[in-house]
Design a protein around this ligand. Structure first.
Ligand SMILES: Cc1ncc(COP(=O)(O)O)c(C=O)c1O
Length: 348
């Protein structure tokens, strides 16, 4: 037990402005049927898909700190970025609505080669329902140009826009996942579990950075496996980026971080890249839904669970120790891939 360390970290987090958005703590639930189907070890699911803000997901924890900071800085609105089906954009739109801020979403539609629903349903539809101004662009440079234009217009109108990076992954947003580490460690202890291994989907690095800085500060033995869903950086670049995120976050918190803390980025579930689902993800979605009644998604959590399933099958994780799967949300993404899913699910 290290209650004093937990309390110290909790107090550091409490010094930052925070907007109340999330239903916390999210449950830590056993998944006995899935465990049995895979032949062990015990799988526990940390339900950050249940954070409660407009269908929930991991961005809600980050947005508590980002919106808190925006309000402290007397912002009139927020602007953020993402893919057309971004879960981050949808949760940002919801958070902005709740606090009476305007919300501009600059969304990248890189391809026309997806099914029709991808262009108009899922998160894209929810953004509109939540009242965000959606600006669809085709390239990264168009996205930058659009952001500059929005900021210029806001300045002319004496409006203060708060810029949130892709995925809410900066040292302020990542504080949310330091908080998650404290919360999860308490749940692991109260269930008397000996967990030393956690799996989750990783993309803009904020979740992994926050969790790893948090568990390190708690002096916990926890191997954090981020299943990458992003093909835009090389493996080396991803490792460097995660290390930079960890350094900046530790500096924001005023604590030291050790570059040797065990964080891993696994690229083996990427398939053809971001936003293109895989056979293994379809299997993971099907098994998790049918054994546990829990919905994953085709872009993030399906691939992350596929990574966990593969690690179990290949004997890469200890058989006798429970494993935590952090469910980071994303279920609106299911409605953007109806044909792919309907066709794929028949195979399992
Ligand atoms: C459902 C879901 N899971 C995981 C992630 C990855 O989180 P991060 O960007 O903090 O690495 C995202 C990010 O968009 C997401 O939407």
């Amino acid at each position: 037990m290290n209650e004093r360390t937990q309390e110290r970290l909790h107090n550091r987090l409490a010094a930052f402005p925070r907007a109340e958005l999330a239903h916390l703590p999210t449950p830590l639930e056993p998944a006995p049927n899935l465990t049995r189907a895979l032949g062990g070890p015990d799988i526990w699911i940390k339900r950050d898909d249940c954070t409660g803000l407009a269908v929930g997901g991991n961005k809600t924890r980050k947005l508590e700190f980002l919106i808190g900071d925006a309000i402290k800085k007397e912002s009139h609105g927020v602007v953020t970025f993402g893919a057309l089906q971004s879960n981050h954009a949808r949760q940002t739109a919801a958070a902005a609505a709740k606090f009476g801020l305007s919300c501009d979403l600059v969304l990248l539609e890189e391809t026309d080669a997806r099914e029709a629903a991808w262009h108009e349903s899922g998160n894209r539809l929810l953004d509109e329902i939540l009242g965000a101004q959606v600006h669809v662009v085709k390239t990264e440079s168009e996205a930058k140009q659009k952001a500059l234009e929005l900021l210029k217009k806001a300045t002319e109108r004496r409006r203060n826009l708060y810029v949130i990076p892709v995925g809410g992954s900066n040292p302020i947003g990542e504080l949310g996942y330091v908080g998650c580490a404290v919360e999860l460690q308490k749940q692991i202890q109260s269930n008397a579990l000996h967990v030393s291994c956690l799996f989750h989907a990783t993309s803009s690095m904020g979740t992994q950075s926050g969790l790893s800085v948090g568990f390190e500060a708690l002096d916990a033995e926890m191997k954090i496996n981020g299943l990458s869903v992003d093909h835009r950086l090389s493996s080396k670049e991803k490792t460097k980026s995660l290390s930079e995120h960890r350094q900046h976050l530790s500096a924001e918190l005023g604590i030291a971080s050790n570059p040797e803390f065990p964080t891993f980025i696994d690229n083996r579930q990427l398939g053809k890249g971001y936003g293109v689902t895989t056979e293994a993800a379809l299997e993971a979605i099907t098994l998790t839904a049918r054994y546990e009644g829990i919905l994953l998604d085709p872009v993030y959590t399906g691939k992350a669970m596929a990574g966990l399933i593969s690690a179990i099958r290949m004997g890469e994780v200890p058989r006798r120790q429970p494993i935590v799967f952090l469910h980071t949300g994303g279920s609106p993404g299911l409605f953007a891939y109806p044909s792919t899913l309907k066709e794929g699910l028949h195979r399992f």
